[in-house]
Design a protein around this ligand. Structure first.
Ligand SMILES: [Zn+2]
Length: 111
């Protein structure tokens, strides 16, 4: 007599790595545990955990990008300030140069 094997499909979860016969497969062929009785809170829901994780990662990435942008903006402002600080001194130098060269006042183009 042949033994009848009951094959339970229990794929490996892409989130927790456990094999679970209660699972959900997503469109991008990922498999997650999903144990839930209708009308109740899920006992195990790796898909939601995974999605939350992605969302957190996304938020984190956005925050880092924002911080980076603020940093770059600040750097730009600093450079601008340096330029403004340097401008009068440069103007003086140009004035000296023009005077040395004997350029007429009307043609003087300072910064
Ligand atoms: Zn799982």
């Amino acid at each position: 007599m042949r033994k009848k094997r009951t094959r339970i499909i229990a794929p490996k979860c892409d989130w927790c790595g456990e094999h679970n016969q209660y699972f959900v497969a997503t469109a991008n062929k990922k498999i997650f545990c999903r144990e839930q009785y209708i009308g109740q809170e899920p006992i195990k829901d790796c898909h939601t955990q995974y999605l939350n994780h992605l969302k957190e990662q996304h938020v984190l990435k956005q925050r880092l990008q924002q911080e980076e942008q603020i940093r770059l903006q600040k750097e730009k402002e600093e450079r601008q300030k340096e330029k403004i600080k340097a401008a009068p001194a440069l103007n003086e130098k140009l004035k000296e140069l023009y005077e040395k060269l004997g350029v007429k006042k009307s043609k003087q183009t300072y910064l």
